[in-house]
Design a protein around this ligand. Structure first.
Ligand SMILES: [Ca+2]
Ligand SMILES: [Ca+2]
Length: 249
């Protein structure tokens, strides 16, 4: 929280109790859960679900988004994972990628023409199943991705060869953007998963700072119940984003 604290005093601290379910557009197997969380996939094979926040985000301003994510309880037979996505795909809140190893974000092979993927975009994938075609290691892992490609050469596994996200627990995920520094910080369960500096508006989003964010997830032959629960939204009050502050218990 150290970095957040340096801009928090500039924020108007207002707790809004907006119903979370009204704030997201749902697609595919995504649906509201009784506890205010949103299911992305049920524990069933060949599912894909997406949920986009209804208010666009403005990258001109700092923000921090925090949520709990659940990857299921099936480790050996579980798949495929969840992606947190920021995009300005022309399809808007109807943008989706491919199922299975693509997590509803990317496509089978981004180097070939065709296929269905979300772009322009960045994403954080939480991958619970090894797919050699995407260069996955044999343990669960977390990766920063761009432009609808799931292929990666580096990953976070907390230096644990048995790293497992499908542990029937909620995991604390935070995505932070510091606009002046153009700095991304991604945290999972208190660990820094990724940090980088990038001109997202110009290098990814073709000049715009208004983008959409949400979650995608899928299963394949193997599967898990996968869902998320929004815990915190903090935006700079000089932006047009609402709510300025969202906190849930
Ligand atoms: Ca995978
Ligand atoms: Ca696992």
């Amino acid at each position: 929280m150290a970095v957040l604290q340096h801009f928090l005093p500039t924020l108007l601290l207002v707790a809004l109790s907006l119903p979370i379910k009204a704030q997201f557009s749902l697609m595919g197997s995504a649906k509201n859960m009784p506890d205010g969380c949103i299911q992305l996939t049920p524990a069933e094979p060949y599912s894909e679900g997406l949920a986009y926040y209804n208010t666009l985000l403005d990258l001109k301003y700092d923000f921090e988004i925090g949520f709990d994510i659940y990857f299921g309880a099936r480790d050996e037979n579980g798949a495929d994972g969840i992606a947190f996505v920021i995009q300005n795909d022309p399809r808007g809140n109807q943008a989706y990628g491919t199922w299975g190893e693509c997590l509803g974000y990317g496509t089978w092979d981004r180097s070939r023409p065709g296929g269905t993927y979300i772009a322009p975009s960045i994403a954080v994938e939480f991958d619970t199943y090894q797919n050699p075609g995407q260069n996955d290691p044999d343990m669960d892992h977390v990766v920063y991705l761009e432009q609808g490609s799931n292929f990666h050469t580096i990953y976070f596994n907390n230096n644990d060869p048995a790293y497992n996200l499908e542990d029937n627990r909620l995991h604390d995920f935070r995505f932070r953007w510091e606009a002046n520094e153009q700095k991304l910080t991604i945290l999972l369960d208190g660990y820094t998963v990724y940090t980088g500096v990038k001109d997202l508006a110009n290098d990814i989003f073709e000049g715009t700072t208004l983008v959409r964010w949400g979650f995608t997830a899928s299963t394949g032959r193997k599967y898990n119940l996968q869902y998320f629960c929004l815990r915190q939204l903090v935006f700079n009050p000089s932006s047009d984003n609402t709510p300025l502050i969202y906190h849930s218990e």
